[in-house]
Design a protein around this ligand. Structure first.
Ligand code: NZQ
Ligand code: ZN
Length: 389
């Protein structure tokens, strides 16, 4: 167990009818607001109008950046930063899923940088200052609403990197489960796979010793997702299911579950290569990779943890040997992702072949080995990609 510092400063308004506090929260930071959003889902669900009504009531001056892409691009970050500079923006309001929130976080830092925002993402230039950010979450998945990370893509170079800095932590996030009723069954399932992967990767499956208390909470969050994601897929307007997924999304990655551990997210590193090259949905890539990664690293030392996962989450028979129990656990996870949630189970099904596996594997390892539950060489990563075909 490692020493740790835990601090999470995001104020959360959870539940329905909390937007009446939006104006007062934004006003603390100034009067000129940049509202950011994606491809239009917030208009379809009437959230845009509700937000605008609140902003008008408070007399704030609003500018807009729309069209933020899933897997947000650095070029969109640059556009947002230009608006901030030109219009002297005081505070950013991100309304959407992880992509909108991540893009907005990067804009908040790029607003104080005179070059290409990609320099910040690649650490060629440091983050020195950032505008305050308020978010309204519409998709339960990434945890971006309550963490200090932004994942940005560069389509010119096929790169996708995380920028992590305390200044990117949202000041306030509004979490209304009803805003996720319109999320499709596919995106709901992908979001669930992402939440699970945040816990697996950071660091439910680990070679280091973790605190029992943290391990127990991790399993409760995993069980929550396993219970409520299928309900949300079948009954999109089930408030209880949407609420549980939303809070699970935030807690999977808000720093609490990573206390005392060593963060080395193997499946995330491999998935970011898939979405950097093929622009796929992050949670889908994770769903396809995770059971294959488990199979690949399954040996005498990893089997007890996989078996424990199977026993505690899916009720796998405890009397099985470690190896049999682990194999059964991997089957249960695959069934959950591919049968219960209905996600595609292979890269072939989503149009990805082996042409770029070598280059993606090398990039995932950043010229070294990919750390994690088991360290993976580029050859290992390539083998795992191949198992996903
Ligand atoms: O663009 P709009 O029109 O809003 O549509 C989006 C988008 O097409 C739609 N959507 C969102 N809310 C909706 C809705 N559709 C109907 N009703 C609603 N209420 O869903 C699609 C996907 O949205 P996106 O924001 O891309 O999904 P997600 O929240 O899964 O974010 C994925 C991005 O976050 C990064 C991923 O790599 C990816 O780029 N991640 C960010 C992390 C972080 N900041 O800590 C960690 C994660 O591991 C992840 O890497
Ligand atoms: Zn993720």
């Amino acid at each position: 167990m490692y020493n740790f510092v835990f601090q999470n400063t995001t104020k959360i308004y959870f539940g329905e009818n909390q937007l009446e506090h939006l104006g007062e929260e934004l006003k603390q930071y100034g009067t000129r607001v940049l509202l950011t959003y994606g491809g239009g889902s917030i208009k379809k669900i009437g959230l845009y109008d509700k937000v605008m009504d609140e902003l008008k009531k408070t007399g704030l001056t609003v500018f807009e950046l729309s069209g933020i892409e899933p897997n947000p691009r650095h070029t969109t970050v640059n556009k947002g930063a230009d608006i901030c500079k030109k219009e002297n923006i005081d505070v950013l309001l991100a309304v959407g899923g992880g992509s909108t929130i991540d893009c907005t976080k990067a804009i908040s830092a790029a607003a104080f940088y005179d070059g290409d925002s990609w320099d910040l993402v690649t650490h060629k230039a440091p983050v020195t200052k950032a505008l305050p950010i308020v978010t309204i979450l519409t998709l339960s998945a990434t945890g971006s609403e309550m963490d200090s990370a932004a994942v940005i893509s560069n389509l010119d170079t096929n790169e996708k990197y995380g920028l992590i800095h305390p200044l990117l932590q949202p000041k306030v996030s509004f979490l209304d489960p009803a805003n996720t009723y319109s999320v499709s069954a596919f995106q709901t399932a992908c979001g669930a796979a992402d939440i699970l992967s945040h816990i697996f990767d950071c660091f439910y499956f680990t070679a280091s010793k973790k605190m029992d208390m943290v391990d127990r909470v991790m399993e409760d969050v995993i069980k929550t997702v396993v219970k409520y994601a299928p309900i949300a897929v079948k009954e999109p307007e089930n408030y209880e299911a949407r609420a549980n997924l939303m809070w699970a999304s935030s807690w999977a990655l808000n720093g609490f579950l990573t206390t005392g551990g060593f963060q080395a997210p193997s499946c995330h590193a491999m998935e970011h290569e898939l979405s950097a090259f093929y622009d796929i949905t992050h949670g889908l890539g994770l769903a396809i990779l995770t059971p294959r990664w488990m199979e690949y690293i399954l040996d005498e030392s990893s089997a007890p943890q996989f078996k424990k996962f199977g026993v505690n989450i899916f009720g796998v028979d405890e009397s099985l040997s470690d190896m049999e129990g682990a194999e059964r656990a991997i089957e249960c996870l695959s069934d959950f992702l591919f049968k219960t949630l209905g996600l595609q189970s292979t890269l072939t099904e989503i149009g990805i072949d082996d042409k770029k596996f070598k280059v993606m594997a090398k990039k995932a390892c950043r010229g070294d080995v990919l750390q994690g539950f088991k360290a993976l060489t580029p050859e290992d990563v390539e083998n795992i990609f191949r198992m996903c075909l």
